[in-house]
Design a protein around this ligand. Sequence first.
Ligand code: PLP
Length: 361
Amino acid sequence: MKKIYNFSAGPGTLPQDALDATSHAVLDYENNGMSILEMSHRSQPIVDLMNNTTDLARELLSVPDNFHILWLQGGASTQFSMIPMNLLSNDQTADYTDTGFWAAKAIKEAKEFCKVNVASSTKESMYNHIYKDLYQTPNATYLHITSNNTIYGTQWKSFPKTLNPEAYIVADMSSDIFSRKIDFNSFGLIYAGAQKNMGPAGVTMVIIRDNIIGKINRHIPTMLDYSTHISKKSAFNTPPVSAIFVVNKTLSWLKGLGGVAMIEDRNKIKAEKLYREIERNSIFTCPVYEEDRSQMNVPFIFIEDGDENEFLGFCSDRGLIALKGHRSVGGFRASIYNAMPLDGIDTLVAAMQDYESLHSK
Ligand SMILES: *Cc1c(COP(=O)(O)O)cnc(C)c1O
């Protein structure tokens, strides 16, 4: 097979180990004589798989015992509504930070279920940084943040404090979950669609503190009620077993490498290498404020007008694919999730240098 480095923002690149294991499991799952695609979610091997995946996630992120880990469907986008629907009533307030496209979608959905205070917004400056001076509500139930803004390439390097000591942080970590350590003390709920940094599309991880649920009277449809999924261990209805399997193998790969602390160091080295080249190179620049630059999604643009398709073609000839920036931003974006090897960064850096030699006067 031709060697490709996939810089897509999502679905993102996955470790080869996880792909190999999946290809076997699709034909014969652990010598059961059946494909994982055909196996009952009530069968012992699959119950074991689900429990093992939860244990792995708990171990890798050091999730405390008073948090539940759920495997749900509907993507991170369903969480935009499920969170306010479950956690507050119409007359209660939640603070939201408007740091990008996904953050804005979370705000829009929350408005259906509670009062929303936008505690900060960088929309006016095309979300090229994170505004950290927050106007919080004294009695807010929670403060919602998007830990990593996939499209604009900004990332909260440290997490804000809630003004209300009773409040907790709710974080959309879809594009940086398992890329760095998390201190759960200030969090009430963390959610992440799998398809950026931990698996394929089809499953969403929700980590939720047990004492924040059951506090409101709203009628919640059974499938959208966290209590349902907690009491049924994410198997109230048919869970996306094959997607959970890929997550399991991705997390096993991560554990084998040395876990989250190790990958966090490696991610730092990868990102620094790429940002250093963008800074040095006379053709490219990064539009994001230095202190907020993401370690997962690295946007860059031409300093002067240039032919974007020519550079994309130049890269793709070298096996570097999916570098086109999001349609709302333009330019380029290299998503360098956990599974992107250092070799991928080196190959991209070399391509940028060669492109510069060809084009500088
Ligand atoms: C991709 C993404 C989403 C949307 O995820 P879906 O699973 O497609 O609903 C939400 N938030 C962030 C930060 C994302 O990167």
